[in-house]
Design a protein around this ligand. Sequence first.
Ligand SMILES: Nc1ncnc2c1ncn2[C@@H]1O[C@H](COP(=O)(O)OP(=O)(O)OP(=O)(O)O)[C@@H](O)[C@H]1O
Ligand SMILES: [Mg+2]
Length: 1046
Amino acid sequence: MWNDLLLFQTVVDVEGGVRLVMESALSARDRVGVQDFLLLENYTSEAAFIENLRRRYRENLIYTYIGSVLVSVNPYKELEIYSKQHMERYRGVNFYEISPHIFALADNSYRAVRTERKDQCILISGESGAGKTEASKKILQYYTTMCPTRNNTHSIRERLLQSTPVLEAFGNAKTLRNDNSSRFGKYMDVQFDYKGAPIGGHILNYLLEKSRVVHQNHGERNFHIFYQLLESGHSELLRRLGLDKTNPQQYHYLVKGNCPRVSSISDKNSWKIVSKAFSVIGFNEEEVEELLKVVASVLHLGNTQFGEDEFGETHITTDTQIKFLSELLGVDGSFLSEALTHKKIVAKGEEMIGPLSLEQALSARDALAKAIYGRTFTWLVQKINQSLAFQVKCSSVIGLLDIYGFEVFQNNSFEQFCINYCNEKLQQLFIELTLKSEQEEYEAEGIGWESVEYFNNKVICDLVEEKFKGIIAILDEECLRPGEASDITFLEKLEDRLGGHPHFVTHKLANGKTRKALGRDEFRLLHYAGEVNYNVNGFLDKNNDLLYRNLKEVMCQSENQIVKECFHTDELTDQRRPETAATQFKLSLAKLMDILMSKEPSYIRCIKPNDGKQPGRFEEVLVRHQVKYLGLMENLRVRRAGFAYRRSFEAFLQRYKPLCPDTWPNWQGNLSDGVSTLVRHLNYKPEEYKLGRSKIFIRFPKTLFLTEDALEIRKPSIGEKAQKQLGFSVNNHTFVCLCLSVVIVIQSWWRGVKGRRRATRRRQAADTIRNLIKGFILRNEPRCPDNEYFLDHVRFSFLMTIKRNLPKNVLDRTWPRPPPSLSEASVHLHRLCIRNLVNDYCRKIQPEWKNQLEQKVVASGIFRGQKDNYPQSVPRLFVGTRLENEEINLKVRQTLGSDNRYGVAVTKYDRRGFRARPRQLLLMATGVILVQESKIKQRIDYSSLLGISVSSLSDGLFVMHVPTADSKQKGDLVLQCDHVIEAVTKLAIMADKIHNVNISQDSIKFAIARGKEGVIDFTYGAELRVIKTKNGRLAVTAPRINSNSI
Ligand SMILES: Nc1ncnc2c1ncn2[C@@H]1O[C@H](COP(=O)(O)OP(=O)(O)OP(=O)(O)O)[C@@H](O)[C@H]1O
Ligand SMILES: [Mg+2]
């Protein structure tokens, strides 16, 4: 157990902070023992068991586990281990992670309720004064403090808490063993809603010790409420109740034990608490007053005295008591007096009234007092149950059973018989459920079940409860039979019927030593926990629990609301005999067993360390006695039959991973392999352990301790490394412990954070996938909540695709294909994009380039799709001029000045003979000049230029048309140029004849002289040729360059 090694003992220091005292494994184990008895090496030794308890007790470690059973030793002093801080520490923590505590057990049950929705019950047992009620209060405190709240559950929490002082006032008393001894068994359900908030409760009560109302042993008291009322009740209230505060000693029912005051009890404070609790629970003033009237009436009954007249008839000598009783109970005084001194018998349908002897009257009075108090107590429990009844749906339940433990006194009576029978039943349940859950765990883990030897106490239960044959049946038979039945005849019948039973013996049946230890009026039962001698005296009376019929009749007429509810007239008309006390108890126990069987149990076994209620005193004999009667050794033996220790792979690996280089600092593979690797490295022998599906089972504590010791030795080296890295210098061991615990806390916190993040991501991913699938199915529907996520996603991804694949330039025509829902938007976007690119392009354009482009645009307008060699010209830049200055004759240059804009070499064809002559064509500002070396051969003003003709083929011929009437002109000019597109474009721009360029398919006509026309024919041919035909035409053949040209 890691807490034996790294024991966290919290002490609130002077500043109120919590100091963590950590003890190392090696030293702590010797000093404080093991925190789980399963780890005791010698687990069959009672001495070792008790020694372990003692060691821990000495260190104020009052809690120790036997597996999941919590053993608690009463410290008899306030320990600082129940604060809110402590509760926080145990919330959500596994049993073994932190030192044993009742909060760990409470939290464990609560978590099972929350996570597995399995109803739980916590069974608290132990002898009187061992701390059962305190334990149940701590658990209730834990739930009411730590569980979540609903808006309206604050009051329920308060009521749950406040039910305890009320029940304690009426059901607890000071006894020799315990100043606040519960004189009834209590089972309380705490109900939780689906969020884990406590929303209600329900209480079942068992076998109130009614005899205490009329009699108390020396040194004991009656139930607390009597003393509280007399001590602190308002004088006006006491007057109304006919009680006298000044002299409590006058009440006979309170003085039998000769113990009116107890130093540890403040009746004043308790009264305040109870009064407040009444209002929290929901009693109104009238109800409280009615209840206190019943309490007072019991005291008046106790003071009701009887006398005998000279004829031997019994009469009441205290009329004032009858007066008070008739007022308080709302009954007729004379009826009551009559009923207290006479008995009514119904025989064969006839009623007969007979006087009671003095002794009988006293016993009838006591029986009435017991009946009134006992029934009022049950009424009180029901009233509390009404107040705790939940309004909303209850999801699950945790039951708390605070019930009497095994009792063995010098003189054991009917009550001890019932109590010990109850413990037999609980033991049976314990064995059954523990073995069952043990077996289930083995099966779940895939580990073979090894049958466990244990004593099945069913034989004793049968001995007590079996129909017709058991002790209770025989007792009932004796109570009901006509004739002179007595306690002794009952004993004889037992001997007769049960003689020879291995668990039953009497003085008569026994021999030798045993006979000496048994009285003649005793029988002995060999309980699972040990032998107990029961004295039969009083068995029949207690079992009959008789209340004479006429007393019942008076009570049925009561005007006190509570008494009225407690005594039903049905009782009078019902011909059947009421169930005897033992049978009632048997039946209620059977019901309790059903309740407990339907839940998952946890156990708290309480031990009282000494009889003097003193802190720090550990009386070995007394403890041994309880260890035996609580069946703790048997419990340990059953639990240890298989393996001493079991832990989940994860927890085991987490703790011991530093011991193996393959698992330190982290094991990456699967957990089972990690544990295998680790235990192989530690040299575990096959018989020492087994690997289940999710847990490792270690058979002997020694194996675990060796591993722990190895870890202890390894710690300093881990610590030194860490100290070096962090630059700390503190006590090595403390530092290591601190480091490890801090690391564990950080690790688990960080794991939690990561886990939560992972879970969130997974959830989001699942939602996204679900939305996408749904959206995809409905993608063609109009936009709706079911497809909007998908549509948005599609749009988003399309826009992102466009963003990544935008056209690089204006000529780039690529564009991603849009989804149907975005086709229109896509067109707009594409257009916008191109426009943007164009704008951008235009903004960056240079003047020369602009000029170039303008010319190209004009060329495109004229030639695109019209002339075969146009496409070839597109990528070629138009140059400023094709003739450098030097290439033009100086004289020509001098004549023309600097007006020359563009020059190009051309071939001129004579209009008549079509002789080809090299010329230079110069485009001037106002006209075009044809130059032959130093001579200007012809000049055409742009204004007189009529138009320009070119062919549609790939040839370079072009004709400049001039007016034939112009005497200065010799006719149209037929030229051929290698840069025809460029030259004609420039000419058209300069002459402003863009719209006057004519492109002919087959032939161009041109003017030779006034009235005369020449023709140039164009045809496709293999190569470019210009020849004069016989018919006087110029024939031009040009190769086809572009297949789709016109
Ligand atoms: N955990 C505890 N811390 C401090 N004191 C305790 C603790 N448990 C018990 N005690 C002391 O022991 C006394 C007896 O405890 P408690 O009343 O719970 O015993 P019990 O087992 O219910 O006995 P009974 O069977 O008589 O009702 C308490 O009044 C209290 O003084
Ligand atoms: Mg108690």
